[in-house]
Ligand binder design. Sequence first.
Ligand code: HEC
Length: 233
Amino acid sequence: MHRTLFAALAAGLVLSPIHAQQDRVARGERDFRVCAPCHSLEPDRNMTGPSLAGLWGRKAGSLPSFERYSDALKSSGIVWDDRSLDGWLTDPDRMVLDNEMPFNGIKNPQDRADLLAFLKEATKPGAAPQRTAQAPMGGMGGMMGGDRDPSLKNLEPARHVKAITYCRDTYRVTTADGKTRSFWERNLRFRTDSSKDGPEKGAPAIMPAGMMGDRAGVIFSGPEEIKMIAPKC
Ligand code: HEC
């Protein structure tokens, strides 16, 4: 018993540097699930937050393809490296007052170190962007919108919106399968997605929302298409 334990410990000691690093990256990849709804690791694929591809050595707030940086972050003068990222992830508000990242920080230093070990690998130029696409361990990522919303091209008929009418407090949405559903006006949201994952022009998508089946969102390829909503009783 003791001997096996000793052998296991000895083996652990010999292998530890590589294994510890691999474990750390694996744990960090899991920890990244809290960031993935807002950040992709694919170059220039921006969501709520900027893509993190090529992060190390980048000036804070400087990704040209991201339109939504706060002035606070843009003028912070920070350059992202191991130290500055550790500070940012500990407490973003303490590091950059008035930043607009809706995230409280990670208080456990070990968790931050794991996450940074993973990010450093995964954000290197040329690092496989698919890493985030494979929703790690399934489940919540997908449910919460995940790091990868489904493409809205080639919609199935039940999702493909053909017409929307509006009468008093009600929207009626007709889809390509011939069905029409009614929504109370406050339960239907209108959104746009002009990215390559967004719907084709003229083929908006309807996506269920909420838990009760009474809400949905219609996603257009651009704001000009919202004109298709026709007042009609
Ligand atoms: C709810 C969405 C959200 C979550 C969750 C989130 N972020 Fe952010 N992040 C943002 C936004 C928005 C910004 C831009 C903030 C600004 O301009 O003030 C940002 C900025 C950043 C930046 C600066 C990037 C740059 O180009 O300067 C880094 C680094 C970052 N986030 C890392 C992370 C990490 C790592 C996590 C997970 C631990 C995380 N974020 C969680 C939304 C989020």
